[in-house]
Write a protein that binds this ligand. Structure first.
Ligand code: HEC
Ligand code: HEC
Ligand code: HEC
Ligand code: HEC
Ligand code: HEC
Length: 449
């Protein structure tokens, strides 16, 4: 049954029930009772609300029907992650509808707590297994739908400040524009924590990394390593919210960290939900190729894809900085960063010349078997798996070992954050530029190899 038939049958059902109430009185009249005399008529009741009028405020062609058609083009709808992550209590808060509503309703903290039995920190940002399902749908963001049947039911599920999971709650984003409505998006579009998985499991200390760039972060022979780098040592994809807010990087000294005006004046919705154009705007949530949002509310007047000052130059500048940083993260001719020219699996392929994807160029028999064909060389994997064949284990041992200084690890994190932000500086040009420039200079002066 499609939505329209459902709606019609719901309305028909209401009418049928109402009809039945009239009919009972006349068809089944029995003999008059003992007292047989009618009582006095009661006063007329107040008029009831019009049965379907409240429905129509939303169920109209330019209301939810339009939003629903646009939504088919949204990756929230067609993306497959919700299906793949179903059942996951830790991925759920950002990927599963019921789980997102759960963390909002329960105000689930993003703290980490030490488990004194294992001596490892545990991430408290997870949901009950009973709530770990559901594709992102209308009710994920509009969680009061059909509670009062009034227009207020479209209210957003949350606009509350977001205690960031990557900082174990120590930093909070509160996007100021438009009543904080960006906070809805940021609650999901924030990086996942980078944890000291080989040590106490707590979140990495970015301030410590930034202030001591020459220290060794990882050394195959060393003790006290916080994590063992692998192909998948990465900042999780949803970095836009953190970059937009000017938080989430390893802030090496150098150019002062400031935010572009977007951080205070614009909301995610301004640029991502503008008037539809092509496959972007409205409830597609895409900004790509749509400048209607930029040119509304008196912000810009003639932003478009050929504006040099607003689009071409800043994006080219950030792309060049990403390229430069990637080149600085090369040791004796071997890239630390992984290349992946496939635009399907690498969403960010177009954002650097060598088509990096934010993963590391460390040997992995499945994901990075011999270093990608276009990648000169590959690093040894410090954690060979028991499931590898003897041949794979032997090959791994022939490869160069990786060593990382704090400068290199912090630069890797900053590269991943800025690449996966996707916007090449449009979200927050000043912050992005400072992170990349300061990483490049710290690698050239200290801690680079
Ligand atoms: C605040 C806005 C709003 C109001 C008011 C509203 N609806 Fe809905 N309704 C929605 C949304 C949003 C959906 C989901 C549409 C979709 O999935 O494409 C929906 C879906 C439905 C569906 C399809 C089944 C479902 O749950 O997906 C029916 C039936 C329905 N509404 C009936 C009604 C009736 C009857 C009324 C009035 C008594 C009403 N609605 C009032 C927003 C509203
Ligand atoms: C419940 C968590 C959640 C909320 C809230 C949310 N998103 Fe998303 N968003 C996601 C996830 C998860 C994906 C990736 C889905 C997939 O690939 O299956 C995504 C994908 C996207 C994409 C496509 C990214 C790409 O890979 O091309 C855009 C754009 C986007 N969201 C913008 C927004 C905006 C703007 C808001 C706020 C109005 C928002 N999102 C609110 C979780 C969320
Ligand atoms: C803090 C929120 C958050 C958590 C927790 C989270 N994700 Fe995501 N994830 C996102 C967002 C947001 C995106 C979409 C980012 C974009 O495309 O710009 C995403 C994207 C993805 C994608 C890529 C989908 C695509 O379109 O290519 C995969 C796969 C994924 N996540 C898997 C996971 C898994 C597995 C976990 C748990 C181990 C997890 N995520 C936990 C926020 C999160
Ligand atoms: C990722 C979050 C998200 C999802 C999913 C979502 N919406 Fe919305 N919706 C918003 C935001 C944000 C607004 C803007 C309202 C605001 O800022 O207060 C909005 C506004 C609306 C409005 C008001 C008119 C307009 O377009 O601005 C309607 C109607 C609506 N949504 C219907 C729907 C329907 C129907 C679905 C499912 C097909 C849906 N929404 C899914 C976030 C979402
Ligand atoms: C000033 C306008 C602007 C604001 C504000 C903004 N974005 Fe973007 N966003 C863009 C542009 C432009 C792109 C890149 C589109 C392209 O490459 O063509 C983008 C890209 C993205 C992408 C990658 C997917 C895609 O293709 O659209 C995600 C996800 C995203 N933004 C999320 C957010 C979130 C979440 C917020 C709020 C925290 C936000 N954006 C605020 C303009 C904006």
């Amino acid at each position: 049954m499609n939505r329209k038939t459902l709606l019609l049958s719901a309305i028909t059902a209401v009418m049928l029930i109402a009809g039945n109430m009239f009919m009972t009185g006349c068809t089944k009249e029995g003999p008059a009772g003992k007292d047989g005399i009618n009582g006095a008529d009661g006063a007329n009741g107040a008029d009831g609300a019009d049965g379907t009028a409240s429905c129509i405020t939303c169920h109209s062609p330019e209301g939810i029907e339009m939003a629903a058609v646009q939504y088919e083009l949204s990756k929230h709808s067609y993306g497959e992650a919700a299906f793949e992550e179903a059942g996951s209590t830790t991925c759920g808060p950002c990927h599963l509808s019921e789980a997102f509503k759960y963390v909002c309703a329960n105000n689930t903290p993003s703290t980490f707590t030490l488990n004194t039995t294992t001596n490892k920190y545990v991430n408290d940002y997870f949901v009950a297994p009973t709530a770990a399902y559901g594709e992102i749908n209308c009710g994920t963001c509009h969680s009061s739908l059909h509670t009062t049947y009034g227009e207020g039911d479209l209210a957003l599920t949350t606009v509350a400040p977001v205690a960031m999971t990557m900082w174990a709650g120590a930093k909070t984003i509160n996007a100021p524009a438009d009543g904080g409505r960006s906070n809805l998006c940021i609650k999901c579009h924030q990086p996942r924590p980078f944890t000291a998985s080989a040590a106490d499991g707590n979140v990495l200390d970015y301030v410590g990394i930034a202030s001591n760039p020459t220290a060794v972060f990882y050394d195959a022979a060393g003790t006290g390593n916080k994590l063992k780098p692998g192909y998948r040592t990465h900042t999780h994809y949803g970095t836009a919210g953190a970059v937009f807010a000017g938080m989430g990087g390893v802030e090496f000294a150098g150019i002062t960290y400031e935010n572009s005006i977007h951080t205070t004046l614009a909301s995610c919705q301004d640029c991502h939900m503008g008037t539809m154009q092509g496959k972007a705007g409205g409830h597609t949530f895409f900004a790509k190729g749509n400048f209607n949002g930029c040119n509304s509310d008196g912000c810009h007047t003639e932003a478009n894809a050929s504006s040099e000052g607003l689009w071409i130059n800043p994006r080219a500048d950030i792309k060049a900085k990403l390229d430069e940083l990637a080149a600085a993260l090369n040791v004796n001719g071997v890239d630390i960063l992984n290349r992946n020219p496939d635009g399907e699996s690498n969403l960010w392929a177009a954002n650097t010349t060598n088509k990096y994807d934010g993963y590391l160029n460390i040997y992995d028999p499945i994901n990075n078997p011999d270093g990608p064909t276009n990648n000169p060389g590959v690093f040894q994997n410090p954690s060979p798996s028991n499931s590898w064949s003897q041949e794979q284990k032997d090959y791994n041992l022939t490869l160069p070992k990786i060593t990382l200084t704090n400068a290199q690890m912090g630069s890797i994190i900053n590269f991943q954050l800025c690449l996966r932000d996707y916007s090449l500086g449009i979200h927050n040009y000043k912050y992005t530029k400072a992170l990349l420039s300061n990483s490049i200079s710290v690698l050239s002066t200290k801690g680079g190899v």
